[in-house]
Design a protein around this ligand. Sequence first.
Ligand SMILES: [Zn+2]
Length: 300
Amino acid sequence: MVTKERILCPVCDSKDYRVLYEPWVNIQEPVKLYGAASGIPGTQRVVRCQDCSMIYENPRFSDDVILKGYMSSEESGHDSQYPMRVRSFYRALLSLQNNIPGKGAKVLDIGTSGGAFLEAAKQFGYDAVGLEPSGFLVEQGEKRGLAIEQGTIDNHSFKQSSFDMVCLWDVIEHLTNPKGALLKIKPLLKSGGILLINYPDIGTRLAKIAGRRFWWILSVHLHHFSPATIREICNRTGFTIFHFQRYWQTLQFGYLEDMAIHYKIPLSKLLKKITPGFIQRIPIPYYASQTTALARVKEQ
Ligand SMILES: [Zn+2]
């Protein structure tokens, strides 16, 4: 039987923390915790670092156990919303356009999943390539004609100084060693290149109101960043953040209803039953406490 281990703060390496939330769901099987595409709420003991205020899961399973759990996932439900995800990404790029590289730029998307961002990036005029560990998802992306390499930040064939922008869309909170990953991303950027990090933001008013019920505190999210701690981890890995903005997602109404059922929101099953099909297909833009941060490599 594998057990959880006490870890140091993933941002500042401090061992001092206080407990914010105790788990209220007892699930110990890594395949259930990390293999479920959408994650499970209430399984974590959530702590706050006394030194840098980082909020993270502690104790937690070893890196190997977590990675094996992730590898068992096949995000089919997630993928049904592919066209909506492309649309959200394209809108995000439009709203970021004064702060990101222009058309023709070389862009790397790490943890690209089925390639929805790559599709949007192509439409936007980027020369975009993805990196994705899951063979199943790489295959899906290739069927769509997207350029995806199977691998991880520790194991890929990209050359140094080859990208104008590297993107981490909803990835940093899953990484067992986010600081190590940022250090490995830095040399992939050209001089003046940009790092884009989109993350579930525990520093927002919505998150504070939700407390331990904050919907992004899920078994698959090892870290819960705020603007302050994203800034801090960037600082410590040689990046300076120069822009933050809210991320608006678009999903179909029916899918939002399914998520409400998944998270056991009262009356959600009844609502789904009485919603006609044409309403279930309506695209809904919504803000769910996600933030996009842009950073540049610090000048030496
Ligand atoms: Zn810390």
